[in-house]
Design a protein around this ligand. Structure first.
Ligand code: NAD
Length: 346
């Protein structure tokens, strides 16, 4: 079978990670990545051997790369002409401007969580709705927070048939490489209530009833979710069986906080750096085992999300869904994760 030709439009925080994850897979190839203008990120693409293109077709903008001594293969249209699928990793709300370019080029397209669900009318999380996305022309991989909520809530929903969830998202203020955002010494509540995170889960799993609140706090390394979920009567679950369920769920790590001295996001990220993935990424959702408690029908738990990386393997599975090359989400997840592990152990 021929490899799937994948273009990455926007080689920033998410784009550079998606490019590596795609490069790790045997059934896909990175045919090019884009940058808006010469910058330090171009050197990474070139070192990796990814053909570099400009996000624009404007000859002046393309020649700016050559002037800066950076080899540029052409504009976005040139890249789309050789791609089967494009993963749009442009900044939030900017991706929408690219939709018509993808449609005109007849290229399948995947947007990120910064875009609205209505842009494609379809969203994606590996464990929620891989099957619904099979063969689609375009979709959106939901945000890092929605991916995190889906990873633990969907297996729970499937185990007990219904769920009513209230959750608070304690969000990092900015990514570590971002100098423009804040707050730096304040807690900033999202005053739009409920926040969009809960309803976003329903774009991939409509059966879960969920509301969310959000606050931004001065940290750059992770989000934390404080979750309260009401299970139906006769759910038959215990705290221990829920922990066991998540242990068996792909891309979820459940560990004791106290016993392992992993009681804060700083230590969780230090453990992630020990795992040896590039940029110290943690694709898995981290659940503190000693913070899980079922009281009657009400479940309480905390989880931590590495915002820059949990969506990365989802993009790889999503490529297979759109291309219709893998119908079983579990099999795609297993292949994606094994390939990424091999890639970083070389
Ligand atoms: P980023 O700013 O780090 O990178 C965006 C890249 O796109 C930059 O290289 C920028 O130069 C390029 N770009 C600018 N205009 C463009 C255009 N018109 N066409 C193509 N590329 C363009 O942003 P990011 O953090 O990687 O976010 C990308 C998307 O992923 C957003 O939708 C965001 O909401 C989503 N997302 C981000 C995170 C995160 O924590 N950073 C997590 C999950 C999802």
């Amino acid at each position: 079978m021929n490899a799937i030709n994948v273009a990455i439009n926007g080689y920033g925080t998410i784009g550079k990670r998606v490019a590596d994850a795609v490069d790790a897979q045997e059934d896909m190839e990175v045919v090019g990545v884009t940058k808006t203008a010469p910058s330090f990120g171009c050197n990474l693409a070139i070192r990796k051997g990814f053909p570099l293109y400009c996000t624009s077709d404007d000859p002046k903008r393309i020649s700016a790369f050559e002037k800066a001594g950076i080899e540029c293969q052409g504009g976005l249209s040139d890249l789309l002409s050789i791609a089967d699928v494009v993963v749009d990793c442009s900044p939030g709300k900017v991706g929408a401007e690219n939709l018509d370019k993808y449609k005109d080029a007849g290229v399948k397209h995947i947007f990120q969580g910064g875009e609205e669900h209505s842009l494609t009318g379809l969203s994606y999380t590996s464990c929620a709705n891989h099957y619904e996305n099979l063969g689609a022309d375009g979709t959106r991989v939901v945000s890092c927070n929605t991916t995190g909520l889906s990873r633990t809530l969907i297996p729970l929903f499937e185990a007990c048939g219904s769920l009513k969830v209230e959750c608070t998202m304690i969000r990092r203020a900015a990514d570590p490489g971002d100098s423009k955002k804040g707050p730096i010494n304040a807690i900033k509540p999202v005053l739009k209530i409920p926040s969009h995170h809960g309803s976003d889960v329903m774009t991939v799993k409509s059966g879960i009833e969920i509301n969310s609140l959000a606050v931004a706090v001065p940290t750059t390394i992770m989000h934390v979710h404080a979750i309260v979920a009401d299970l139906p009567d006769n759910h038959g679950l215990t705290t221990e069986s829920i922990v066991e369920l998540w242990r068996e769920t792909p891309r979820v790590i459940v560990m004791l906080g106290e016993g392992n001295r992993l009681t804060t996001t700083a230590e969780v990220m230090e453990m992630a750096r020990d795992m040896g993935r590039k940029w110290g990424d943690l694709h898995e959702i981290f659940v503190w085992e000693d913070g899980v408690k079922l009281v009657g029908n009400r479940l309480y738990y905390f989880q931590a999300i590495h915002q820059e990386s949990d969506v990365i393997p989802e993009n790889v599975d999503c490529i297979r869904a759109l291309m219709g090359t893998e119908h079983d989400w579990r099999s795609s997840v297993a292949n994606t994760d094994a390939a990424i592990s091999r890639y970083y152990s070389l």
